[in-house]
Structures are given as structure tokens and as C-alpha cells.
Design a protein around this ligand. Structure first.
Ligand code: ADP
Ligand code: MG
Length: 256
């Protein structure tokens, strides 16, 4: 497999808060990879650095060998974490999806009949064809997730990046989202997601990167989910339990 995203000695963070330093990480073409770590471990910062939307203060980020700053719009589809979306913004599902098409233009034009058809077809494929005229706030979490996924997919990106796509939705929707992403990956699109959920999400991924302000381990969950790597990834607040060869991460029991 060819490298798609390469981080070469990358350091990033915020004023007075360095998040990671000298990170080297490669995501290969065709992979479906999960970046796993607890809240505050730097997953979102890492994603935004990969996308070039958060500027690294050291090192180099490349996509297919080209500097991330020079990647043509539409190459990467990005789905934000639902919890971070401003829901007061008055837009319909159709307008959300159209934003993906127009993200590289400075003006908001009237959509052509062809563009509206393209949006309708994709919405239909993702099971939200009925919701196009609804306000984005008035649909379920699973439908919102699909609307943002459609916005990310409308340009046929080479890479799809989703920040915590299973957070803030119910278990059935989590399952549906993971199945959908799996199907898209089989169609050839490279996918990177972040998740803090070890048991329901990360354990089912073909490839995981355990991350806590530094790379802890990467590989197939079966091979790298050991007590050592999980304790290192999840830190002291959580305990790693083992049952029948499977690991669970749980809050420490309350001592009364
Ligand atoms: P995660 O996505 O794993 O929860 P984040 O990347 O959001 O982690 O956060 C990593 C660290 O960076 C945290 O300490 C967080 O408080 C800090 N951080 C995140 N976003 C900002 C920001 N915009 N300004 C300053 N600090 C931030
Ligand atoms: Mg985050």
C-alpha cells in the first residue's frame, strides 16, 4: 500500500499547550484507521494537523507526497464532531450537502438542477432522501451524521476524515455509521476516524493508532491491545480489565 498521509517529525499544539512533538505517522491508501485515546489526548488536534487546518509548528505533513498546503480542494472530505456544530445556523439538509460542493468557491451561487440532482442522489444513497428540505436541527443524530457525511462525500474525496463519528449518537446509529464507513472503505476510499470508545468502536476497526499526546502503538487491535498499551493510552483514571482475552476500559470502581 502507498502512503497517503505522512506526518514527518510533526509538532503541534496551542499557545502554552504543546499537544504532541516530533510525531512520525503514516496512513496508507485504502486503510480504515482509527485514532484511539481518551478525551484531551490530542485526537482532534492531530486530525486538524493532518488536514492542514491546524498549522503544525514543526515538521512536514504530506498527502500523496505533496505538501498538505497545496492539496486541491475536495481531495479530503471532513466530518466534524456533531457536538461541535453550531445548530443555530439556519440551513436545510440540502444546503448542508451543497456546502461541500461550494466550499472551494468564494460566493454562494444558486445550485444548478444538475447539482441539486447530485445532492438528491447522494442523500438517497445514504438514506436521508426524505430529509432534504428539513432544517438540520430538526432531524435525528443519525440523520445529521449522514447529512455531514454527504457534505464530505459530494466531491468524491480520496480521503474521508471523521472526528468522533460515533459520539453523541445511540448504539443503533453507531452500528449503522460503522457499517456505512466500512462499505465506503470497500469501495476504495481511505478513512480515518477518531474515537475514545475502545470497546464498541476501536476493537472492530482493521487498524488502530493508540494515541495520547504521543504515538503509543499502532496495528490491528488484536495485536496491539495489551494491558500495557491500553494503560499507557488511557492513563491512570481508567482501569483495563481482561475477560476471555478481550479488554475493556472502565472507570475505576468507587470505593465507599
Ligand atoms: P481530544 O480530541 O483527544 O479530546 P484535543 O485535541 O481536543 O483532544 O485537545 C488536546 C489538548 O489541547 C487539550 O488539553 C485541550 O484542552 C487543548 N486544546 C484543544 N483545542 C484547543 C484550542 N482551540 N485552544 C487551546 N487549547 C486547546
Ligand atoms: Mg476531540
Amino acid at each position: 500500500m502507498q502512503p497517503l498521509i505522512e506526518l514527518d517529525d510533526v509538532s503541534a499544539g496551542y499557545k502554552n499547550n504543546p499537544v504532541f512533538a516530533h510525531l512520525c505517522l503514516t496512513i496508507h491508501e485504502g486503510q480504515f484507521a482509527g485514532i484511539v485515546g481518551p478525551t484531551g489526548s490530542g485526537k482532534t488536534t492531530l486530525l486538524n494537523t493532518m488536514l492542514g487546518t491546524h498549522k503544525a509548528h514543526g515538521g512536514k505533513v504530506r498527502l500523496a507526497g505533496h505538501s498538505i498546503e497545496r492539496i486541491p480542494p475536495g481531495t479530503i472530505g471532513y466530518v466534524p464532531q456533531l457536538e461541535t456544530v453550531d445548530w443555530t445556523f439556519p440551513v436545510t439538509v440540502e444546503q448542508v450537502i451543497l456546502m461541500g460542493l461550494y466550499s472551494n468557491r468564494s460566493l454562494w451561487p444558486w445550485p444548478t438542477a444538475k447539482e441539486r440532482q447530485q445532492v438528491a442522489d447522494l442523500a438517497e444513497q445514504l438514506g436521508i432522501g426524505e430529509c432534504l428540505s428539513h432544517h438540520i436541527r430538526d432531524i435525528s443524530g443519525g440523520q445529521q451524521q449522514r447529512a455531514f457525511l454527504a457534505r464530505a462525500l459530494i466531491n468524491n474525496p480520496r480521503l474521508l476524515v471523521l472526528d468522533e463519528p460515533t459520539s453523541g449518537v445511540d448504539i443503533k446509529t453507531q452500528h449503522d455509521v460503522m457499517h456505512l464507513l466500512n462499505d465506503l472503505n470497500r469501495q476504495g476510499i481511505t478513512i480515518i476516524i477518531t474515537t475514545h470508545d475502545l470497546n464498541a468502536v476501536a476493537a472492530h476497526l482493521p487498524w488502530v493508532v493508540c494515541f495520547n499526546r504521543a504515538l503509543v502503538a499502532e496495528g490491528r487491535p488484536r495485536e496491539i491491545f495489551t494491558r500495557e498499551t491500553l494503560t499507557q493510552t488511557y492513563g491512570g483514571e481508567l482501569v483495563v480489565l481482561e475477560q476471555d482475552g478481550h479488554f475493556l476500559v472502565a472507570h475505576k470502581p468507587i470505593t465507599l
